[in-house]
Every structure is written in structure tokens, then in C-alpha cells.
Design a protein around this ligand. Structure first.
Ligand SMILES: NC(=O)C1=CN([C@@H]2O[C@H](COP(=O)(O)OP(=O)(O)OC[C@H]3O[C@@H](n4cnc5c(N)ncnc54)[C@H](O)[C@@H]3O)[C@@H](O)[C@H]2O)C=CC1
Ligand SMILES: O=C(O)[C@@H]1CCC=N1
Length: 271
């Protein structure tokens, strides 16, 4: 069995570890590194996975999954440079960071795959987009695909699209949670008990998501089916359009893409 070490067990690192455990991998095939000892102890107690030093992770693991913030990458590269060779696959989950950064800083020939996952991997429903670096072979990509398909869906995209992917599906769950939160507030405004509003909105979100996933229908058709002539929904849609919600989403996702580009800027090959 492939041994996988997650470097930086924060929110997405934990989501990956717990998703891999849920998919049937043994705790003994997983490792993590974490700079905060309390966090490390908490994760070992929760999952039975060992927290180790970076050099030990590099020695024992076939795959090193980098899951620190892009701003924290420098010390990780410094730690990995002397201990990682071409037999170890680096999988970077970091927004904005190009594969060329790892290739420049680590030993010649180290294979790197850039991945943008999202947090629904905790429930086996991640959307992950993968892009090979210049030393990653089809076998490396297949290994990453196999690892991530145990926690959700996987697509391959050119690395040039990863900043857009980050803005869309990497951050995407946050937009849906924001929408759900606002809709629950609307229920409170209309005088419903919070628990009732939560139940109504969460189940509506689950149902709508299932319809999108399981019918082949375009979202416009599904929305039109809810929107009765001179009915209630069209009144709401008019308000959404009046308040520029569509334009706000376009601008918001463009801003997220721009931030991803910015996070990679200090590390692009020209710098
Ligand atoms: N949170 C999300 O939904 C997603 C995050 N990502 C990417 O994943 C990465 C991590 O994001 P989050 O989990 O949200 O951040 P986070 O701040 O929750 O986790 C980062 C973890 O790395 C640890 N860390 C930092 N430097 C370290 C080092 N040198 N050695 C060991 N551990 C170290 C921190 O203590 C922290 O626990 C980022 O690069 C982000 O772009 C990608 C997709 C989705
Ligand atoms: O907000 C962020 O920077 C990370 C990357 C995608 C989702 N969360």
C-alpha cells in the first residue's frame, strides 16, 4: 500500500486524512507533519495517525502532500530539499503555487503534481483538479487520481487553468455555505424558528445539488421548473437580479482568481 504523508495538517490536510481513512485506508499507511505540537497530538488522538518530522515523512512516504498555506511554503521547501529525491512524489494542494517552484527548489527529477481539491472530501464528495509538472509521468498522475478518487471526483486540467479552478471549486464550497447562511437568516427574518429554517434550507440545498448531479438538465431548466408564472419565485428572482447577485458572483470569483495568481507571483519562474 502507498504511504501518504500530509505536510501541514490544518483544515484541508485534516479533510484529506479523514477522507482517506473513511475510504478504507489504514492509519498505518498515513502520516502527517504539523508545526503546532497541540494540533499534532489532537490529530493523533482523533485518527490514530502518527505525526512525524519532515525528514521521517520523506523517508517513509511514497507521496508527500503539501498542505501548508502558500505563504508558509519556504521553510517546507528548505526542509524537503536535502531529503527528497525522484522516488518521492510531491502533491501540492497550495493555491497559486506553480509546480515549477518545487522543481526549482528540490532535487533534479522530483515529480510534482499540482492539485486543487475542496473540503467536501471529508464526506467523499471532493472536486479535485490535477495538473502534472514536467517530471510527473502518467503513472504518477494515475497514483494521484487513485488517491483523490477515493474521496471524490477528479479531473485533469492544464496547469494554466489552476488559478481559475481555485476560484471556482477550491473556494466554491464557501460560496454555497455563505448562501445557505444568508437563506437561513431570511427564514429568521420571516419569523421561522432557527431549527426549522436550517432544516428547510439544508435539505433544499441537498435536493437541488442532487438534481444537478443526477439529472442531465441545465440549471436554467431546473430553475424555470420552480418559477411559476405570476408566482412567488419570479418575485424573488427579480430582487436577486435587481441587487446584482449574478454580477457579484462574477466579480467575486474573478477576485478569487486574481488572489490565486497573486499568491503564486513571488514564486513564478520569472521571479
Ligand atoms: N481550506 C480549503 O478549503 C482549501 C485549502 N487549500 C490549500 O491548502 C493549504 C492549506 O490550507 P488550510 O488547510 O485552509 O490552512 P490551515 O492554516 O488550516 O492549515 C495549514 C497547516 O499547516 C501547518 N504548517 C504550517 N507550516 C508548517 C510546517 N513548516 N510544517 C508543518 N506544518 C506546518 C499549520 O500549523 C496549519 O495547521 C493552502 O495552501 C490552501 O491554498 C486548497 C484547497 C482547499
Ligand atoms: O481560501 C483559500 O486560499 C483556499 C484555497 C481554496 C480554498 N481555500
Amino acid at each position: 500500500m502507498t504511504t501518504i504523508a500530509v505536510l501541514g495538517a490544518g483544515k484541508i490536510g485534516e479533510a484529506l486524512l479523514s477522507g482517506l481513512l473513511n475510504s478504507g485506508r489504514g492509519a498505518g499507511d498515513l502520516l502527517f507533519t504539523e508545526r503546532h505540537p497541540d494540533r499534532s497530538a489532537e490529530l493523533t488522538a482523533r485518527y490514530g495517525i502518527a505525526g512525524v518530522e519532515p525528514a521521517e515523512a520523506a523517508k517513509r512516504a511514497d507521496v508527500l502532500v503539501v498542505a501548508v498555506k502558500p505563504q508558509d511554503i519556504e521553510p517546507v521547501l528548505t526542509e524537503l530539499a536535502p531529503v527528497v529525491g525522484p522516488e518521492t512524489l510531491i502533491v501540492s494542494l497550495c493555491a497559486g503555487l506553480p509546480t515549477s517552484l518545487y522543481e526549482r527548489r528540490l532535487a533534479e527529477g522530483v515529480p510534482v503534481v499540482r492539485v486543487m481539491p475542496n473540503t467536501p472530501m471529508v464526506v467523499g464528495e471532493a472536486m479535485s483538479a490535477i495538473s502534472p509538472g514536467s517530471h510527473a509521468t502518467p503513472a504518477h498522475l494515475a497514483l494521484v487520481r487513485e488517491m483523490l478518487s477515493s474521496v471524490g471526483e477528479v479531473i485533469e486540467v492544464p496547469e494554466s487553468q489552476q488559478d481559475a479552478v481555485t476560484a471556482l471549486s477550491g473556494s466554491g464550497p464557501a460560496y454555497f455555505f455563505f448562501l445557505v447562511e444568508a437563506m437561513i437568516d431570511a427564514g429568521i427574518l420571516l419569523g421561522l424558528p432557527r431549527a426549522v429554517a436550517e432544516k428547510l434550507i439544508i435539505q433544499s440545498a441537498v435536493g437541488a445539488a442532487k438534481m444537478l448531479a443526477e439529472t442531465a438538465e441545465h440549471p436554467v431548466i431546473l430553475r424555470e421548473a420552480v418559477t411559476s408564472p405570476a408566482g412567488t419565485t419570479i418575485n424573488a428572482i427579480r430582487e436577486l437580479e435587481k441587487h446584482g447577485v449574478r454580477a457579484a458572483l462574477l466579480a467575486a470569483i474573478e477576485a478569487a482568481r486574481d488572489r490565486s495568481v497573486e499568491l503564486g507571483k513571488p514564486h513564478d519562474s520569472a521571479s
